[in-house]
Design a protein around this ligand. Structure first.
Ligand code: ADP
Length: 272
């Protein structure tokens, strides 16, 4: 299969079709109010519980381009802001994703912000208070954010450690929205809709997820997320036996520990 590679520019990150999103509480209204007041937003919650989907949905609702950056421990402030590059003997400035989002009046979503180096996190501070500017030191410019620009970050308090905690000076700039796995009925609806399996199968998958979530802290770092249930559902919808789907899409994603794996596999075998 031949795939044409496309490099997207921020103005092309507009989401045309409504991303399917089931609201869990009043997160849409709070986000809209924060956005209307030019306040930055912090999404808290475990991996795979709908934060990225929510951001896509909000970008579609607000009709703003969405620029997402997955943070990691090598991420420098130049990766976000931009750098000089030599191209064909010429030195040119290339904006990083954060600068592009500011210029385009878009939504910049920094996923898993605590993974980024501390000196990188500091670069967002002047953008995240009422100055709303991005200092581009290497360029000698101060980029002023238009009203349409929105800064959002995510953070998983479950992975909290002394080394990877969000500093008060960072977190106290943001309006925080707390995310968690949806309640059983809603999660079942989501899994059904996202994967195409029937009601009964979705109900069993959610039951299985709850069993694994009860093992959190007792051998598992995290229970099965909604994302993993959707993955297993998709395999089942493609004809994979449910026990095998749970093993491949859920159990193996949760742990490498042989004893824990067989315990988790036994749980799914008891349901399917
Ligand atoms: P996170 O960003 O929190 O790690 P995602 O947004 O990628 O998680 O969610 C994983 C998957 O779970 C999504 O792709 C979607 O299929 C499903 N999902 C979770 N919550 C919702 C929700 N409230 N509405 C619709 N889909 C959801």
């Amino acid at each position: 299969m031949q795939h044409e590679l496309r490099v997207l520019k921020p103005e092309e990150h507009f989401i045309e079709d409504e991303p399917y999103y089931e609201p869990v509480a009043d997160e849409i209204a709070v986000f809209e109010a924060a956005y209307g007041n030019a306040l930055p937003i912090l999404l808290k919650g475990p991996t795979g519980c709908g934060k990225t989907r929510f951001m896509e949905h909000m970008a579609w609702r607000l009709k703003r381009p969405l620029i997402t950056v997955s943070c990691h421990d090598d991420l420098t402030s130049s990766d976000l802001v931009g750098r000089f590059l030599v191209k064909g003997g010429e030195t040119i400035w290339v904006d990083g994703p954060l600068a592009r989002a500011v210029r385009a009046g878009g939504i910049c979503y920094l996923d898993e912000i605590v993974e980024a180096r501390k000196d990188t996190t500091v670069v967002i501070h002047p953008l995240a208070d009422d100055r709303r500017v991005l200092p581009m030191e290497k360029l000698g410019e101060l980029l002023e954010a238009p009203d349409a620009f929105c800064l959002a970050i995510s953070y998983n308090p479950g992975y909290q450690s002394v080394l990877k905690d969000l500093k008060q000076s960072t977190r106290q700039r943001f309006v925080a929205l707390e995310f968690d796995y949806p309640n059983a009925a809603l999660e079942q609806t989501i899994v059904q809709r996202e994967s195409g399996i029937d009601e009964q199968q979705a109900r069993q998958l959610v039951k299985f997820a709850h069993m694994t979530r009860n093992l959190k802290g007792q051998g598992l770092d995290e229970g099965a997320s909604t994302r993993l249930l959707v993955h297993a559902g998709k395999l089942i919808a493609s004809g994979v036996a449910p026990v095998v789907a749970c093993r491949s899409a859920i159990a193996q994603a949760l742990t490498d520990d042989a004893d824990m794996l067989s315990a988790v596999n036994e749980l799914s075998a008891s349901l399917f």
